[in-house]
Design a protein around this ligand. Sequence first.
Ligand SMILES: Nc1nc2c(ncn2[C@@H]2O[C@H](COP(=O)(O)OP(=O)(O)OP(=O)(O)O)[C@@H](O)[C@H]2O)c(=O)[nH]1
Ligand SMILES: [Mg+2]
Length: 638
Amino acid sequence: MSDATPKHVVVGTAGHIDHGKTSLVKALTGIDTDRLPEEKARGITIDLGFAFLEEPGGLTIEIVDVPGHERFVKNMLAGVGGIDLAMLVIAADEGVMPQTREHLAICSLLHIKAGLIALTKADLVEPDWLELVREDVAGAVRDTFLAGAPILSVSAKTGQGLDELRAALHALAQAVPERGTDQLPRLPIDRVFTVKGFGTVVTGTLTAGALGVDDRVEVFPRKTEAKIRGLQTHGHPVTSARAGQRTAVNLQGLERAAIARGDVVGLPGTLVPSLLVDGTLELLKDAARPLRSRARVRFHVGTSEIMARALLLDRAELAPGETSFARFRLEAPLVARPGDRFVVRSYSPVVTIGGGTLLDVDPPRFKRKGPALVAHLTLLQTGNSEAVLEEHVRHVGAAGVRLSTLAGRVPFGPAQLRSLLDALQEAGRVIAVDRDWFIHPESFARLRTLVVEALTAFHRASPLKPGMSREELRSRAGGADERVFAFLLSALGAEGTVKTERDKVRLTSHEVRLTPDQQRIIDRLEDDFLRAEAAPPSAQEAMGRAGLSGDEEHELFQVLVQAGKLVRVKESLFFHARALDTIQTKLVALLRERKEIGPADIKDLLGISRKYAIPLLEFFDQRRVTARVGERRILRAG
Ligand SMILES: Nc1nc2c(ncn2[C@@H]2O[C@H](COP(=O)(O)OP(=O)(O)OP(=O)(O)O)[C@@H](O)[C@H]2O)c(=O)[nH]1
Ligand SMILES: [Mg+2]
């Protein structure tokens, strides 16, 4: 590695209370991580502490020191959420103790990949004893990620073994793979405080992506946005921070009280707060009892702890050592990404019992539980990236999904998402409604069938109607998303299946066909309106004269309206289109002559009553033939 590529690796301490974690961090780095007065007074660590080692070659080892006390495991969990390596600290004079095991289990559940064991306080024991403890420890970690890891005897008091420890940490850190760069920034907050003159500052390990001064960010799940006023790492101002760095973020214009540990800083709209998450759940082998479905648990992810009910999807209870799929119903919104590891502790007694991997952080609401959901989760767990993406698009159904929403649900970054979508589109496994909206071909096909069937049924029931209202059709198609529906209609139009005219949709094959009887009635109706000229009958009257009962809603009457032969002038007052043309010609001629007319003039002109005169004048105003000046009309210019 060259100096040009700085690397940040986060090491978390772990281990039983009083075993010398904080002393060891101080001996290694010179930094006393116990800051709180209460920690000083009691001689124990209560909350997280932070230190670092600048190594040659641009490597920074960030150290998170955690409390060992069993009452503060909750704080320990907030600290180890973002670590790369574990440093399990065991006092040589006491050996493996309860929180040694619990912390080790937590690191295992979080899928920490590597680490080492520091057998500290070596100055307090005889070499023979040290050997026995070493064997004991090697046995205790045999079935864990620390199997075969370096076990180094050290002393914070005498400095014995510190150089070797530092060299071992360096070697492990070198081997930690670089964090991917195609991820949006995410900083789970572990501390919030105010700095005089600066305002609110939050700190955390930037687990992914990068943040820069002046970036606009959102604090999830608070729905509050802020601008980054300043950034610091290790007490020094910087203009940007990258994945793996301990970062302090000065947020402009945000109240300290509005934020808490467990919240997450990210780019606006890029994370999905959710009350329901699905994943795998593994119960620890040494859990005291089986976990029953619906048990209330403490759910830890990132730096947050949220109460939840664990619903087992395919069994009534989970035995120690077993793994199954589970759905968590959270009592407050959770902010996480698929692929995140989590830890579960029982409600009471408060002990770590298991953990797992999140598969779906914004799951579809299945009507049926059980098998369908298990199949969905199996695919998310075992499928390749393309299959996982396709599954997410499939499960949003006919509504389709926005690109940014999809980005929050898939376990990969924006660039990979874009290229996977392109590949799936190419293969016909995803349809792009537009650049920002996607639907699965199966959902699209179902929607297409619904629309064609609805139109077919409509034409059968109303053969005299030229087409179905677009909105009615959309609601028949399950209230399809407007964007998807418009896309579908244009696709059906392009293939020649439907025709859309104004707000009416019909099958291209549909034609209004009248029986001779119906044609006769229609002719009669039309004739009635034609002859009545400026004083037409009501729809009901005309229907009666044509030997039918009904009003303007009657389908035969509507045939004339749809064909544009009868024109609605006002409410249920219809005129024949040709009569209107004649009236207009007369009206214009009169206006040319007189320049200005009143209602009485049109009554005289056409020999009609006020009942027709007023609506006609308003109709021609609307048609922009005339303009109204008080109660009088003039010819509209142009
Ligand atoms: N003799 C000796 N004493 C040590 C050594 N390391 C730590 N101690 C003592 O052990 C006690 C506990 O040390 P801490 O470093 O506070 O232990 P800790 O693991 O951080 O404790 P918690 O954070 O509360 O879990 C202190 O009194 C230290 O002085 C060591 O290497 N040798
Ligand atoms: Mg400590």
